[in-house]
Design a protein around this ligand. Structure first.
Ligand SMILES: Cc1cc2nc3c(=O)[nH]c(=O)nc-3n(C[C@H](O)[C@H](O)[C@H](O)COP(=O)(O)OP(=O)(O)OC[C@H]3O[C@@H](n4cnc5c(N)ncnc54)[C@H](O)[C@@H]3O)c2cc1C
Length: 426
């Protein structure tokens, strides 16, 4: 009689080979998963099929989602009291689960909380009250200022050129700030948001530029129900359709100067902080979306028969599933690494966060593409949800900074560290 013992299967959870989740983390993950499965997936799929001019009207599934999210008590400040390391892990666990449910709705929730997050960080109670209970957005890009808005160092610009002041500017006059121009059509929640965090160029009385051709910037909280604000139509687009996007126009819009949360002197650092937050969230969203695609492919290969057996039993399929599983784990590891560094380092940097976003999103694209490939022809049809994930993933290659540009910034940072800090020298 054989005494051979079979190696038992490893312990795995929702987030894969993830050892040592605390009881609290496990509880949060389970609650987020239920919300993602029971609320976000069905509503996200419903909104995805709707025309953009109907999808975000009052009473639509989009607002149903936000009503359900409010019941869950999502609060951007919820992790504020936690030690940094624990907060970084909790953030990762929560956002991965939500994005597994629907990536576009997860962005709507995250961008929706940006003004409140920054208002709270500023300590200005009036602004906190102005943002509480309202859906927010982060207006940083404009029709003529996309990738240009993400340049932190003048030497990254083409020699001899000056920074791009874009199509929306703030003018600081006396006790007021006056806005004129428009955001890009890409502002997440832009079509429906009630309050904005504007991250734009400013004139403090000496023009928009300093003597080196750099623009001055500002972060200002602006309620969007005031005189002079109007909207474009909700954008009809390929992916992330559950996320309403659209232009916001400003025609001599005036707010008190105290609505500014970053001006001339502290703008660069606050801009960097806000962007690093966004890049970290994007990396976790990539993890959740990649896992969702992988799981669909894993399940389908256990249903579909070709070559005389279930797809999953063929060695070629097992090799391909192995490749997908490895990538999902790698995306998660990178996302958590970037989140940990960004929360715990004494001096984080948005170009490192950008590297995380670019890596996670480009690996995500490979995962979703190969997952769809495992479905064969039916993967292209609306009958299976994998095609939606493909479209959502495609949007993420450009969202929050186009991947090549982000990789370029990271390369620039590495070179600066080498030149200025001697990093990487023997
Ligand atoms: C789903 C989604 C959500 C978004 N949410 C928001 C939001 O909430 N708020 C907001 O303000 N914006 C948002 N955006 C806008 C997003 O940040 C921009 O789309 C992105 O930064 C790229 O800008 P762009 O589209 O103008 O492309 P461009 O900057 O015009 O780039 C076009 C191409 O040119 C290349 N390129 C650009 N500069 C250079 C250069 N110097 N050298 C060589 N090549 C270059 C790029 O790599 C790219 O391939 C969102 C976009 C998407 C898709």
């Amino acid at each position: 009689m054989s005494t051979r013992q079979e190696v038992p299967l490893p312990v795995v959870g929702l987030s894969g080979f993830d050892a040592g989740l605390s009881e609290e983390e496990q509880g949060v993950q389970d609650a987020m998963h239920r919300f993602a499965r029971d609320v976000m997936r069905p509503l996200g799929r419903e909104i995805d099929r709707m025309p953009a001019d109907k999808a975000y009207l009052p009473g639509s599934p989009f607002w149903q989602f936000h009503a359900e999210a409010q019941k869950m008590g999502f609060d951007p400040e919820a992790l504020a009291g936690m030690p940094s390391e624990q907060a970084a892990r909790m953030d990762a666990i929560m956002i991965e689960e939500l994005a597994w449910g629907d990536a576009g709705l997860t962005v709507s929730l995250g961008a929706g909380g940006m003004p409140l997050l920054m208002a709270r960080a500023s300590g200005n109670q009036e602004l906190v009250e102005l943002c509480e209970g309202k859906l927010g957005c982060w207006g940083a890009t404009q029709p003529d200022r996309g990738s240009d808005g993400l340049i932190l160092y003048p030497e990254e610009r083409h020699p001899g050129s000056v920074a791009n002041k874009g199509n929306l500017q703030a003018t600081f006059t006396g006790d007021e700030i006056v806005f004129n121009g428009q955001t890009s059509a890409w502002v997440s929640n832009g079509a429906v948001a009630q309050v904005a965090l504007l991250d734009i160029v400013a004139d403090y009385g000496n023009g928009f530029y300093d003597e080196h051709g750099n623009t001055h910037g500002c972060n200002v909280i602006v309620p969007l129900d005031i005189k002079g604000v109007s909207r474009g139509k909700p954008l009809d687009k390929l992916g992330k359709r559950p996320l309403p996007q659209g232009e916001i126009y400003f025609d001599n819009v005036r707010v008190p100067r105290r609505f500014a949360i970053a001006t001339q002197n502290d703008y660069e650092l606050k801009h960097a902080y806000a962007w690093a937050q966004a890049g970290t969230a994007m990396s976790h969203i990539a993890t959740g979306l990649a896992r969702a695609a992988f799981e669909l492919a894993l399940a389908y290969t256990h249903e579909r028969r070709q070559g005389g057996a279930l797809l999953a039993t063929h060695q070629l399929t097992q090799h391909r599933l192995g490749g997908l599983g490895m990538k999902v784990e790698a995306i998660r590891a990178m996302a958590r690494h970037v989140a940990h560094y960004t929360r715990c380092s004494p001096r984080p940097h948005p170009y490192f966060t950008a590297a995380g976003k670019a890596f996670c999103c480009s690996e995500l694209m490979h995962v979703v593409n190969e997952s769809l490939q495992l479905f064969g022809g039916v993967g292209l049809t609306h009958e299976f949800p994998i095609e939606k994930l493909m479209r959502d993933a495609r949007a993420m290659q450009i969202e929050d900074g186009e991947n090549n540009i982000l990789q370029l910034h990271y390369g620039h940072l590495l070179s600066r560290l080498h030149q200025q800090e001697g990093w990487g020298r023997a």
